[in-house]
Design a protein around this ligand. Structure first.
Ligand code: NAD
Length: 460
């Protein structure tokens, strides 16, 4: 059985620690085997995985393939390709006064790490962190989301068949299991989920001084400047919003559009959303609770709804709703939406949009549509966000070489590509000095001459 219950969490961690202590995970060959195993798992069980994603979220097969399997495969392939160079020591210069000596840094695996995933991309957000963890030579305990039970079960079944079953272990379960896991010391925790639970994780980790990477959420703004290509902007924003029914941590949460083009842009946006709604298969809202939550966000926002509300209770498919000018202090403008609702607010200028963003918690992503490099530079310099995509959305997280992480309440730390490898490695500093020469004047009591010479060579 690959599925563990609350009672054997301590034993599971012990097994992983024994494996780590054996030293075998440090070997690059072991790491490469895990990465190849993961790629094979995704290849051999594409249909099982897509079926699980469909069962959990009604995810259309191509969406699941693109945003979960392909992104994870690319991440693993990138790590496999670059692992050799990432693992090499880096030489550092040694000050004259310390000569003769050699200095370098070398990455070392941290040990046993805990990876906790959410339900919205239940495969990618569990396995992409695993790529980073095993590439860096760690043993990993994976905790999939209980709100995506089919994906959780298939991963728990497949992982021990493709990866070292004593080096990577899946523990399924909900809040009690996570709470139990968090009571144990780990060498690192990577948590992906809400800001609220991120605080719970960090508090529990603090008891053991376990370092954390927190991949959290928030309200990611999209700014549309008057000089943007409005048609392309409308289509891309509509696409990013309907992707996974808006249940994407870096989805455009709301749009700030320059007033002079607001009417034209909003019309195009509604057209594009209605086209997607009528022609493309949609992901479901994950459960009744979230459907109720989203319908609740539609109450009392004070704006105009430009598309018809339509939610099917049995399939939990919800049509996108565009809200023009909701009240800035309404729930839809203060809580993370995480669903197919898109508020659009007109602003007098890009500067006003910047002020709007700056007055709110730092988001996970920020999007800008503009034809001007000067506007792009101003927005980049004057706003804070985990990542930015200019003239498109979401693509920035799919490039394995770009770090992915938040800032402030949208998260801390990052992973993907080399940054993920570094997140799960300790950069150890090493200095080596020869014993051939060991002059007595370098030891106390230091003669006045030695003191003068040392002060001279280290003067500032
Ligand atoms: P969540 O925080 O409710 O749950 C995430 C994980 O934490 C799950 O595995 C769950 O079992 C566990 N958990 C839940 N409550 C807990 C508690 N009280 N104590 C201990 N563990 C607990 O998040 P979710 O609803 O699964 O996902 C949605 C949130 O995740 C959104 O805020 C979204 O923005 C964010 N998110 C962030 C990223 C990112 O990469 N930054 C990606 C996807 C989702």
């Amino acid at each position: 059985m690959s599925t563990e219950t609350t009672t054997d969490v301590g034993a599971v961690i012990e097994r992983l620690r024994t494996t780590f202590d054996s030293g075998r995970t440090t070997d690059l060959a072991w790491r490469r085997r895990q990465l190849r195993g993961l790629i094979d798992l995704l290849h051999d069980h594409e249909e099982d995985l897509l079926a699980a994603l469909a069962a959990d979220l009604g995810k259309p097969a191509f969406d699941g393939w693109l945003t979960e399997l392909l992104v994870t495969r690319d991440e693993a392939a990138h790590a496999l390709k670059h692992l050799g160079s990432w693992s090499k020591p880096t030489k550092h210069p040694v000050p004259a006064a310390f000569q003769p000596a050699q200095a370098w840094t070398e990455p070392q695996p941290l040990g046993v790490v805990l990876l906790i995933a959410p339900w919205n991309y239940p495969l990618q957000l569990l396995l992409a962190p695993l790529v980073a963890a095993v590439a860096a030579g760690n043993c990993a305990l994976l905790k999939p989301s209980e709100l995506a039970p089919a994906t959780s079960a298939v991963v728990a079944d497949l992982v021990p068949r493709y990866l070292d079953p004593e080096g990577v272990i899946v523990v399924e379960g909900g809040v009690p299991v996570t709470t139990e896991l968090l009571s144990h010391p780990f060498d690192h925790i990577l948590f992906t989920g809400s800001t609220r639970v991120g605080q719970v994780v960090m508090e529990a980790a603090a008891k053991h001084l376990t370092p954390v990477t927190l991949e959290l959420g928030g309200k990611s703004p999209t700014i549309v400047a008057a000089d943007a290509d409005l048609k392309v902007a409308a289509r891309r924003i509509a696409w990013a919003k309907i992707l996974n029914a808006g249940q994407t941590c870096i989805a455009p949460d709301y749009v700030l559009v320059e007033r002079s083009v607001s009417e034209a842009f909003t019309g195009l946006l509604v057209d594009e959303l209605e086209k997607f709604r009528d022609r493309a298969p949609a992901t479901s809202i994950v459960n009744e609770h979230h459907l109720d939550r989203l319908e609740g966000l539609l109450d009392g926002h004070g704006g105009d709804e430009l598309t018809a509300r339509k939610a099917d209770r049995s399939s939990r498919v919800m049509a996108p709703v565009v809200i023009r000018e909701p009240e800035p202090d309404s729930a839809v403008m203060t809580e993370e939406i995480f669903g197919p609702i898109l508020p659009v607010l007109a602003v007098d200028s890009v500067d006003d949009a910047i002020e709007f963003v700056r007055a709110r918690p730092r988001p996970l992503a920020l999007y800008l549509f503009s034809g001007s490099r000067a506007t792009e530079r101003t927005v980049l310099d004057r706003t804070h966000a985990g990542s930015v995509c200019v003239n498109h959305l979401v693509y920035q997280v799919a490039a394995p070489s770009l770090p992915f992480g938040g800032v402030g309440p949208s998260g801390m730390g990052a992973y993907h590509g080399k940054t993920g490898f570094e997140t799960f490695s300790h950069t150890k500093s090493v200095m080596r000095r020869p014993t051939r020469v060991d002059p007595g004047f370098m030891y106390p009591p230091y003669s006045p001459l030695v003191q003068r010479v040392l002060k001279f060579v280290t003067r500032w």
